[in-house]
Design a protein around this ligand. Structure first.
Ligand SMILES: NC(=O)c1ccc[n+]([C@@H]2O[C@H](COP(=O)([O-])OP(=O)(O)OC[C@H]3O[C@@H](n4cnc5c(N)ncnc54)[C@H](O)[C@@H]3O)[C@@H](O)[C@H]2O)c1
Ligand SMILES: [Zn+2]
Length: 362
């Protein structure tokens, strides 16, 4: 079991380990001593697998348990679903000392977090992420929210959880596709800030997706990613500085994802975005060719792509429309050496020619 402390506006622990879900009641009790009622939010894929375990563990700690299960998928990530959670809590007479638990992937975590952030102007939430993407990214750091028809994650709040409980055994029921997608974010941490993680991934590259059957290794890898995210969030909770390095591969990746109308998975698009940045940095002469090659090989060994046919024009036009853009320049995240990253401000023209040079080396 690995315990990582996140020092944000609220200090909390992320606990990572195989089989942990059976102990979630005790962990929730530790952080919500006066809670009487608990709302467990989950969705139609995850609830049949894990809801009973969470319920049993919570009841053993004396929680009065309520549940809200919504239709799985990003289409549910809207205000109506959140209103459903508010209604359950209001009818049951939840008070500010009661608790919400988010059991599921990033969609569940973002929405249950937002429902908790807004109900009675804020009640405590515990995140119990079940997807790899949610364990290494979404559940840690306090970003919560919903989508609008006009765009993803357009409404939300920063609301740190009281604890994050990550049972790495849950990864065994994920589809291969969803596991591989999550590896895109794992690789990102290795490249931007974590040489030991890179080395673990490199040593185990020949096993590919089969690494998820290795409980010890998965606990280690997920724990390292969590520590990296905790480190970045602690210094920049509101995402004005170093937290932006987590956007490595995302500037172009987001555009590819949106252009596919979200038919391509996020983590897959991030891998493509990282591949495009690797090409551009190599072409610019700031990333050594052998280093670039090592990065590409690692990405592909975990089943992810390193290229896409998006044109530099389309990538720049899309990036200029992104909500994360500030003013007229883009904050582009560069990795010129495995384990370190920098934020470089570029104009649209600079970014276009940077990407064009990268395309030429292909
Ligand atoms: N808050 C943040 O900082 C942050 C960061 C990254 C992503 N996000 C958000 O997270 C969402 C994406 O997360 P996601 O990929 O987890 O999406 P998701 O919650 O839709 O889960 C993906 C799929 O995996 C299934 N699933 C989850 N856990 C499972 C398990 N253990 N076994 C079997 N199936 C399982 C789900 O039912 C779903 O079909 C997006 O809405 C994104 O905006 C938020
Ligand atoms: Zn991402």
């Amino acid at each position: 079991m690995i315990r990582t402390t996140v020092s944000a506006s609220r200090e909390y622990e992320v606990i990572t380990g195989a089989g942990l879900i059976n102990e979630c009641g005790k962990i929730m009790r530790d952080v919500a001593k006066d809670a009487i009622k608990l709302l467990i939010v989950s969705e139609t894929n995850v609830a049949p697998l894990y809801l009973d375990k969470v319920k049993a563990s919570a009841k053993a700690e004396g929680f009065e348990v309520y549940e809200y299960v919504f239709e799985a998928g990003e289409v549910s990530k809207n205000i109506n679903t959140v209103a459903g959670m508010w209604a359950v809590m209001a009818k049951a007479g939840f008070t500010r000392t009661d608790l919400v638990a988010a059991l599921g992937g990033g969609v569940t975590g973002d929405m249950a977090g937002f429902a908790a952030a807004s109900f009675l102007r804020g009640i405590a939430v515990v995140q119990i992420p079940t997807s790899l993407l949610a364990m290494v990214d979404a559940a840690v750091g306090g970003k919560t929210g919903i989508d609008l028809p006009e765009g993803k994650n357009q409404v939300g709040a920063f609301w740190q959880p009281s604890a994050v409980i990550e049972d790495t055994d849950c990864l065994l029921t994920l589809s291969d596709e969803k596991f591989i997608e999550g590896m895109g974010e794992v690789l990102k941490y290795a490249f931007i800030m974590d040489v030991p993680l890179y080395e673990y991934l490199h040593e185990n590259a020949s096993r590919g997706v089969a690494i998820r059957e290795d409980a010890w290794l998965m606990e280690k890898i997920v724990g390292m990613c969590v520590a990296d995210k905790a480190d970045v969030v602690a210094g920049d909770e509101l995402d004005n500085g170093r937290r932006q390095t987590l956007n490595y591969g995302h500037t172009v990746g987001h555009v590819i994802e949106r252009d596919s109308e979200f038919t391509k998975l996020h983590g897959v698009c991030v891998a493509k975005g990282m591949g495009i940045m690797i090409d551009a940095c190599e072409a610019a002469g700031t990333l050594a060719s052998d280093e670039a090659q090592k990065m590409r090989e690692l990405i592909t060994s975990y089943g992810l792509p390193v290229e896409d046919d998006i044109t530099p024009e389309a990538a720049v036009a899309g990036a200029m429309n992104d909500k994360k853009k500030r003013g007229n320049t883009l904050s582009v995240i560069l990795v010129n050496k495995i384990g370190t990253s920098e934020i470089r401000k570029m104009s649209a023209d600079e970014f276009r020619s940077f990407l064009e040079e990268g395309k030429k080396i292909r």
